[in-house]
Design a protein around this ligand. Sequence first.
Ligand SMILES: Nc1ncnc2c1ncn2[C@@H]1O[C@H](COP(=O)(O)OP(=O)(O)OP(=O)(O)O)[C@@H](O)[C@H]1O
Ligand SMILES: [Mg+2]
Length: 227
Amino acid sequence: MNGRLITMEGLDGSGKATQTKLLCEALSQRGVMLRRISFPDYAEPSSTLAKMYLDGAFGTDPNAVNAYAASSFYAVDRYASYVRHWRQDYLNGSLIVADRYTTSNIVFQLSKLPKAQWESFIDWVQDYEYGKLGIPRPDLTVYLDMPPEVSQKLMEARYNGDENKKDIHESNVAYLRECRESAAYAAERLNWKVIHCAEGENPKTVENIHAEIIKKIAEEMPFYVSI
Ligand SMILES: Nc1ncnc2c1ncn2[C@@H]1O[C@H](COP(=O)(O)OP(=O)(O)OP(=O)(O)O)[C@@H](O)[C@H]1O
Ligand SMILES: [Mg+2]
């Protein structure tokens, strides 16, 4: 029996890595056979074009690379990772927990297009990656909704205030705000489970967010977690 795939989505600095790690630890403790993956797969050469794009090799405005081109950079990286690293585990029944996935193309590229084209872009992304490339469709997507104003503060702490360390998405708050809007649209349309990660100007605690995620998993996938 195929395994299952949970994807953790959110804007830059919203806590995906932090929460993916905690979720995997909690599920492992419950005896769930799982594998944690993350995208872009920076350790592999397949992430080269995504890296070039984020480093500004095609222009420092995210809009310099159209939604379909940028999506292709990320999609081939996922294909390579699937085939080389986690297909076997997935086919053998493991749970795969991904920090970003195809869902990131929807969050970050949709905002480059006029709203009238959002529907057809989402259809294209899903048909391309799940249909044509043949990588698995997520069983559950958890969307960490954190206002960019709040995540910017978290990232500043991470980069010790060095603006130069930010990539072309991270340093563009206006772009991230637009992405938050397109993500809200996608969450509704694709039934993502939204976790509100901030109260006013402050992030909720890591532990509280984790507890909310566990609650969602228990609701949606009771065979992994019962609370
Ligand atoms: N709820 C929280 N409260 C305070 N700090 C947090 C919280 N969640 C994450 N952080 C911190 O904020 C920073 C960003 O978190 P993390 O790296 O998990 O986010 P990310 O979504 O994976 O980021 P990126 O999009 O850049 O990969 C880290 O330094 C992390 O320790
Ligand atoms: Mg991360």
